[in-house]
Each structure stands twice: as C-alpha cells, then as structure tokens.
Design a protein around this ligand. Structure first.
Ligand code: HEM
Length: 219
C-alpha cells in the first residue's frame, strides 16, 4: 500500500496513471462509437443493442461504469496535480534536449479536457438519465438519440465537443503511449500516425451521428 501511494505521489507515477486511464477511456470511446453507428442500421438494431447492455449484460455494464468512473476521476486528479507541480517547478520554463513540436492539440489539451468534462456531464443527463431531454423515453435509445440531436444548438454542442475529443485523443493517445514507455519523443507531429488515425476515425465516427440527424438521414 505504501509503495502504491509512493508511486502515485511521484510525477512518473501520475503520468503512468494518466496514460493507463487514458487508454481505458480510448477503449470505451471506440466501442461506444461503434455502438452509436448502429443507428444507421435502424431503430431496432440500436434499441436491441441498448436492451442488451441494460438487460442480459447489466452486470457487465455496471462493472464497466465503475471502471470508467474510476478512470475518469484518476485521470482528472492526476492531470490537475501534474499541472500544479509543473507550474510550481517551472516558472520560467526549460530547454528540452529533444525538440518536441507544440501542436494545436497539445496547447488546447487542458481547455479541451474541461470542455469534455462538461460534455460528459450534459451527455449523461441527456441520453442516460434524460433530465435535460424534454422528449426522453426510457429504453428507446433511437428515439432519444434522434429527437435529442434534432435541436440544432444541442447538435452543435455535440459537434464542437467531438472536435475537442478528436484533438484531445490526438495528443492524449500519443502521450499515453509515451508515459507507458511504448513510444519515443517525436520531433514532429507527423511522427504520430497511430494517434492521428485514431483521432480522425473517432472524430468522424461520432460527428457523423449529429450531422446525419441534422441532415435528416436519421429520422
Ligand atoms: C456524437 C457523440 C455521441 C453520441 C451520439 C452518443 C450517444 C449516446 C447514447 C444514445 C447513450 C445512451 C445509451 C443507452 O442508454 O443505451 C450514451 C451513453 C453514454 N455515453 Fe455517449 N454518445 C456520444 C459521445 C460520447 C463520448 C465522446 C463519451 C465519452 C467520452 C460518451 C460517454 C457516454 C457514457 C459514459 C454513457 C453512459 C453509458 C452507460 O449507460 O453506462 N459518449 N451515449
């Protein structure tokens, strides 16, 4: 226990926790994106998928919710603590041995993280509990999805949030692998093909849903 606490208190420990929890969330996001795309197969398919998660697989869903919640909390706590440590230790900055490119994604990582947190809170109240969804019908995932995203302002919020998710993943996927020792520092953002492909696929895979509702492809 003392060793685990000591590891958590170290900068390396916090980075490893951020990397590992980041990878857990990436796994969830990819599976969730594939689940959402079933909307294009029709309301029966999407609702059957939802019924499976909340019926026969309910215990698995509860377990995954617990893991995901723990991952989100640890990820945020580690991020805040690393930011504070970084500010305290480096008031004027230092020269790096290996030049590393600053990308729009890395600059907006923290801001994007805050937007994503706000998105997740709204999203759960919107599609899971229905508190902020005026036409919410428990169990009718397809109806909730289409009627919820038919409101242009709500759809726009989803579209902007998915842009933040793409940028966050672009930087975060690569940083996760680095923190876990599976990738080397890259002098150019173009040296991060896995993160780039992942970010674009996830961004497109999620964004296509609100766009399709706005264009009337899903109704
Ligand atoms: C366009 C983007 C998205 C759409 C259309 C969407 C759609 C949905 C829908 C319809 C549900 C309810 C599923 C059900 O009750 O069976 C749901 C649940 C959820 N979504 Fe999303 N989602 C999107 C993006 C995201 C993102 C980016 C995240 C996380 C980073 C996320 C996290 C969750 C979580 C945690 C749940 C609750 C799952 C549970 O019941 O345990 N979603 N989403």
């Amino acid at each position: 226990m003392t060793r685990i606490l000591g590891f958590w208190r170290s900068v390396v420990g916090k980075k490893v926790v951020m990397g590992a929890t980041g990878l857990i969330m990436i796994g969830f996001v990819v599976v969730h994106m594939l689940g959402n795309l079933q909307a294009f197969l029709g309301s029966e398919k999407l609702n059957a998928y939802g019924a499976l998660l909340h019926g026969p697989l309910h215990e698995v869903t509860l377990l995954l919710r617990g893991v995901l919640l723990a991952a989100v909390v640890l990820h945020i706590v580690a991020a805040v603590q690393l930011t504070l440590l970084d500010r305290a230790a480096r008031p004027v900055g230092y020269a790096r041995k290996v030049p590393q490119a600053a990308t729009p994604a890395s600059r907006t990582l923290r801001l994007g993280g805050v937007l994503l947190l706000a998105f997740i809170v709204f999203h759960l109240l919107h599609f899971t509990t229905g508190q902020v969804h005026p036409e919410f019908i428990p169990g009718d995932v397809y109806h909730n999805l289409v009627s919820g995203l038919s409101r242009p302002l709500v759809a726009l919020f989803y579209i902007v949030s998915m842009l933040a998710l793409g940028l966050h993943l672009y930087h975060g996927a690569w940083a996760s692998l680095r923190s876990l020792g599976a990738a080397q520092p890259a002098p150019s953002p173009l040296h991060r093909p896995v993160a780039r492909v992942l970010a674009v696929v996830v961004w497109l895979g999620f964004t296509i849903v609100p766009v399709a509702v706005l264009l009337g492809w899903l109704a």
